[in-house]
Design a protein. Sequence first.
Length: 604
Amino acid sequence: MCKQCKGNYYITTPIYYPSSNLHIGHAYCTVATDAMARYKRLQGYNVKFLTGTDEHGQKIEDKAKEAGLTPQQFVDNIVLGERGVLDLWKLMNISYDRFIRTTDDYHVAAIQKIFKKMYDNGDIYKGAYRGKYCKPCESFWTESQLKDGKCPDCGREVMDAEEEAYFFRLSKYADRIQDLLENTDFLEPRSRVNEMVNNFIKPGLEDLCVSRTSFTWGVPVDFDPGHVVYVWIDALFNYMTALGFENDKYDDLKDFWPADVHFVGKEIVRFHSIIWPAMLMSLDLPLPKKVYGHGWLNFNGEKMSKSRGNVVDPYLLSERFGVDALRFFLLRTFPFGSDGNFTNELLINTINVDLANVLGNLVSRTTAMNQKYFGGVLAEGGEAAELDNELKALAEDVVANYEKQMDKFQFSNALAEVFRLLDRANKYIDETTPWILAKSEDTKPRLNTVMKNLCEAIRISAILICPFMPDSSKAILDLLQVAEADRVWDARNYRVDTAWTTSTGAALFPRIDMEKELAALEELSKPAKPAIEIEPYSEEKVDFDTFCKSDFRAVKVKDCKNVKKSDKLLQFTLDDGTGVDRQILSGIAKFYKPEELIGKTLVA
Ligand code: ME8
């Protein structure tokens, strides 16, 4: 730990399945983690923020096969490709310190060692697995755990599974886990504790199947060829291998383990609060300090999923509304521990009310008045009136409450506090009526004090919103020309004696026309029409005359790519010998991959 730091802080998101592009529900947890990491950095902690991708398992193997790619090519596309996972986190301003991919060599080798250690200590043993398996969730279930015969997590069909397999002695740790959950703050919110204890521990924890032989895309069990390690062992230990556990790639374990908090979605709380601590207990390792299970975002009342066609695309939303507005909306609107219902109306309304009317308006009114009445320069000193003291007291109360709420991960409450200050500052303008004070030289000193109070209320609010909207916070502090030293957490005290020089700028958050925007979003969510309609493939034979009239040419494929939102079409750029590139579409995407065709000579 560095000398001037308050301490180390290790926070993680779940590592995402790169089985299809991420939606706004995935971005939700990462934005929350990012806000927390930025808040801790602001406070002076030495933060390690880990995220990554969970790349093994049957689901990925199957999807890769469908796409005609190797599993590694398939996950590389989704993680590294254009508009992939890394691009998304960059777009959304996610300040992660480390990104782990479970296919990274150091992680794979570490998982093999970890598996062997639990085998050697007797907690992993060989048996035969008979039961039910939910492929999309990569979860094994016993009959008694099924809900109406279906997967209790996602409600989908499960399949029979029987194979030779290794088991982890989860049952051995049942009492210790129950004690951990019931008698400590390990798992929050508290409601999730009852769910875990009543639904999983009290009915009897059974040993967990931790290897598979029916597919190969996983970490091989090195002492028993044919077995691959169960994807959840592989996934959960990412939190430690990414710090250097059982590998030489990193050396951060002593500084950052145990983790301060794992943020996870509610459906994977079971893995993080039962299986994860049990495996750590088996290896005699310290447990993370906390697991926080956040709620789910639905879209228009329905579960978000690609297959339901109601996915909310974070790229589209960021492009239209700005990344900060989207980040703000997610954390301002939905209490972190509960489910929330995302609608476009709610998003636009939140931007218009909170960001345009309250925050944006306060900043533009204040800076415009500073400019108009003082040429942007406010003098030092001045006496505080009762209204000023009230504003100051409220600001101090807001800062204290904000901190309490952030420390409990109650982001929506923390932001509500900031808006208490912003609302009060807007009201302060109406109460002090600067435009009347400006009319007489006698009241100009009072006007100077009023404007300084407004600048100070904005400065403090801008520091508090920084973890949520880093770019907007900076833009506001730049407008107020706040020195670097006064942008930090330690400068959160309300001070009115200082001088100010402020600038003016364009509106930070322009109001959005709800009706027009909703119509535009609806239009954009319709599947894109291909530029050229093509005839469907037909078995019909052509007659000889038609054949003679046809123009067949040998062409060289200069470029070839998939057509967005079409699983049939490929778009070709061809050299047909005329000297001018020719563009054509062809419905052969199911049979060929674009990269296989580039450079080939075809008949067109
Ligand atoms: O579960 N609202 O990966 P994943 C809120 N690889 N959160 C949502 C959401 C929604 N609509 N949809 C998904 C996995 N999430 C594992 C994790 S960790 C060792 C392994 C959240 O890509 C979900 O709750 O399916 C989970 O926390 C995260 O996105 C990753 O989901």
